[in-house]
Design a protein around this ligand. Structure first.
Ligand code: SAH
Length: 342
């Protein structure tokens, strides 16, 4: 079955189900070998870095899984000023980052005008860098302004392509329809788009995961972000089980074979639940790492889930360690912007 996926880039739903649920360790090993091979064909041993700047822990949304949901009265709220964001980018640039990702809760403080100013300034200072945004759902008009100001990429996980599951993970005012509309709007505007979902989210079934893969086949995003769900103590899902590293890696391997040229991050969530999750991710087809370059006090407050890693190899100052870690596994950190292979 893995050969078939490798050769054709696709499987039937029944085949996907048996590949996803197989408890044979040999399957994981073989999948990793093939995924690594396919990644090598398109990207070699290169790993692209993204400097993640967590600009705000204020959020108007109430996603049931997320630690910075508005209903979490104990969340520490904090936002970065334009100056602080530019300073973080400056430090990141000197460290060698060539992509800056501004991510945050949906915070009305960041108007289109303010975001445009920040984007224009970053592009002026560092014309060789890509600007990625991850600021949730905005209007077509807003996405257009940000794109016109110079934003290159946008990360917006679809979270679940199944309407029923989407509803169980989100408050009534949020809809899968709007999420999907946003993704297609972003694509139409010429952004390089990233979608994705959490692995092992509460109520998620194998069928739901297959629906996510089918949705990704339709959308054809340049980036796919998946990581394990990790419960956060201040949310309604505090006592739910988290997703496993094993299933996350299984899906990363499958995604690499279904989408040979996609940009695939080994996420912080995976590194948080598994000691060498990041390296295992690279060995299973991943080619992107997103270290945190936010100032330390901001990092502590942007707590999406319990025990979120924000120091060591996850952070800018751990870059030397990260380089060593990546090199010891036979990969190397690229100094390029890291656009998707065409
Ligand atoms: N507001 C932005 C950024 C969200 S944070 C947006 O709506 O896109 C980025 C991602 O973190 C989310 O898309 C979600 O998939 C993930 N995330 C949130 N809470 C999580 C949790 N408890 N465990 C694992 N991942 C989580």
């Amino acid at each position: 079955m893995i050969e078939k996926l490798y050769n054709t880039g696709d499987l039937s739903d029944a085949e996907l189900k048996s590949l996803i649920t197989s408890e044979d360790d040999g399957v994981s090993e073989k999948l990793a070998l093939y995924a690594d091979k396919v990644r090598n064909q398109h990207y070699g041993k290169k790993v692209f870095l993204r400097g993640l700047i967590e600009i705000s822990s204020y959020c108007k949304n109430d996603c049931l899984y997320c630690g910075i949901r508005r209903g979490n009265k104990n969340a520490q709220r904090c936002r970065m000023s334009a100056e602080q964001i530019l300073e973080a980018a400056d430090i990141g640039y000197k460290l060698g980052f060539r992509t800056f990702v501004m991510q945050g809760g949906e915070d009305a403080y960041y108007t289109d005008d303010l975001m445009c100013d920040i984007i224009v300034e970053i592009k002026n200072r560092y014309p060789d860098c890509a600007v990625t945004l991850s600021l949730g759902e905005r209007t077509y008009k807003s996405y257009k302004k940000l794109r016109d100001a110079g934003a290159d990429r946008y990360l917006l996980r679809h979270e679940s392509a199944d309407c029923q599951l989407y509803k169980k993970l989100h408050p009534a005012e949020m809809t899968l329809d709007n999420r999907v509309k946003c993704l297609y709007n972003l694509r139409e505007l010429g952004y390089q788009v990233g979608a994705g979902f959490m692995v092992g989210a509460p109520f998620q079934t194998v069928e739901n995961i297959i629906a996510d893969l089918r949705f990704l086949q339709e959308l054809r995003p340049q980036m796919i972000g998946i990581g394990p769900f990790i419960p956060h103590h201040g949310t309604p899902f505090a006592n739910e089980k988290g997703g496993t590293a094993e299933l996350t890696l299984r899906l990363l391997g499958i995604i690499r074979l279904m989408f040979p040229k996609v940009l695939l991050p080994a996420t912080t969530a995976l590194a948080t639940i598994s000691e060498n999750g990041r390296i295992k991710g690279l060995q299973t087809g991943c080619n992107v790492i997103m270290p945190n370059i936010s100032p330390k006090d901001m990092r502590d407050k942007y707590e999406l889930y319990n025990n979120k890693l924000s120091s060591g190899s996850e952070a800018a100052e751990g870059l030397e360690n990260l380089k060593k870690e990546v090199e010891s596994a036979g990969y190397f950190i690229s100094d390029e912007r890291g656009d998707a292979a065409v």
